[in-house]
Design a protein around this ligand. Structure first.
Ligand SMILES: Cc1ncc(C[n+]2csc(CCOP(=O)(O)OP(=O)(O)O)c2C)c(N)n1
Length: 320
């Protein structure tokens, strides 16, 4: 139990530490890619990825720094991609919004809302066909549920009992529009049951609750073959895109943020570890080690070169 608490804290600390560095560096204009920051959602990604096996596959959105870091633990290819360098996970061509790590099961991330969802269905279909035991978890925001392709995919996956978890990282906003102004439905259980999909929901910043909910969903998948839909609520700390706060933009209140910030996943988990008797010295040593890994990633990225011009059309789809 203590081991799990520490492992989840390490995943979350890596994500937060890496993004704090981005916040500092981005202002210097060394990174040209748009930034959709994960700050506030660390517990979801840490808990879900922590519950999956290493060979399981994940797909994400343009807001996937957390997913990449939790699934791979890598900082070098991560930062090199942010800097647009050849050492990056996509040789500097993808930027922050299209991270991938095929060898570690991160199949793709995409800037087109909901576009990863049918791709995840294809991966789950292939896994079932090959009978290889791999599960797929596809991450998306509540805004992706406004897209028709989400419902087509839900229908097909429910019908064919594909081994897939739908992970909705629900921050209640699509850019600046609240969910209540976009969606008529509110309760998931009946809705998804009609498609043969079991729904779970948690409103928590505790990664262990998210871990356990995901384990329950995986057990359900294992025993019934039914795909699962998991809605996890969180609060986006920063603006939709960018590294700043936006509480003066008029679509949300700072008070809302402060209430969530009280339950900040990093602070809560650190307190939990201390309460479990983990020494402050050990926690600080882990944090120090992770910060060093983050700094090493940034050094690697700065030393990596920009792709040569002749690489422009390599590794990308081209029309004849
Ligand atoms: C198909 C499509 N429509 C619109 C956009 C513009 N857009 C980018 S992000 C976004 C909101 C998505 O909100 P959500 O899915 O809740 O994710 P979040 O940004 O909150 O993580 C929109 C409408 C897009 N990228 N793709």
């Amino acid at each position: 139990m203590k081991h799990l608490s520490i492992e989840l804290y390490k995943k979350m600390f890596l994500i937060r530490s890496a993004e704090l560095q981005i916040q500092e560096i981005y202002a210097q204009d060394e990174m040209k890619t748009p930034m959709h920051m994960s700050m506030g959602e660390e517990a979801i990604v840490a808990g879900v990825v922590g519950a999956l096996n290493a060979e399981d596959q994940v797909l994400g959105t343009y807001r996937s720094h957390a997913l990449y870091l939790a699934k791979t633990g890598d900082t070098e290819r991560f930062y090199a991609e942010m800097f647009g360098k050849v050492g990056g996970c996509a040789r500097g061509k993808a930027g922050s919004m299209h991270l991938s790590a095929l060898g570690q099961g991160l199949l793709c991330c995409s800037a087109i809302v909901a576009s990863g969802i049918p791709v995840a269905m294809g991966a789950a279909f292939a896994n079932k066909y090959k009978n290889n035991g791999k599960r797929v978890a596809v991450f998306f925001g509540d805004g992706a549920m406004d897209e028709g392709v989400f419902w087509e995919t839900i229908n097909f996956c429910g019908l064919h009992k594909l081994p897939i978890l739908f992970i909705c990282e629900d921050n209640g906003f699509a850019v600046h529009t609240r969910r209540e102004k976009r969606q008529r439905f509110s309760s998931d259980h009946q809705l998804f049951e009609n498609f043969g999909i079991k729904a779970f929901e948690e409103n928590t910043t505790d990664p262990e609750i998210i871990y356990n909910t995901t384990r329950n969903a995986l057990n359900h998948l294992q025993t019934t073959g039914q795909p699962c839909f998991l809605r996890f609520h969180y609060y986006r700390y920063l603006e939709h895109v960018g590294i700043n706060e936006d509480f003066d933009a008029g679509y949300r209140d700072r008070e809302e943020f402060l209430a969530w910030r009280e339950k900040d996943p990093l602070r809560m988990q650190r307190q939990k570890l201390l309460g479990q008797g983990v020494s402050l010295a050990l926690i600080e040593a882990l944090e120090h080690e992770i910060n060093a890994k983050v700094e090493a990633g940034i050094r690697f990225a700065r030393q990596s070169s920009f792709p040569a011009e002749c690489e422009t059309y390599q590794g990308v789809f081209q029309c004849a």
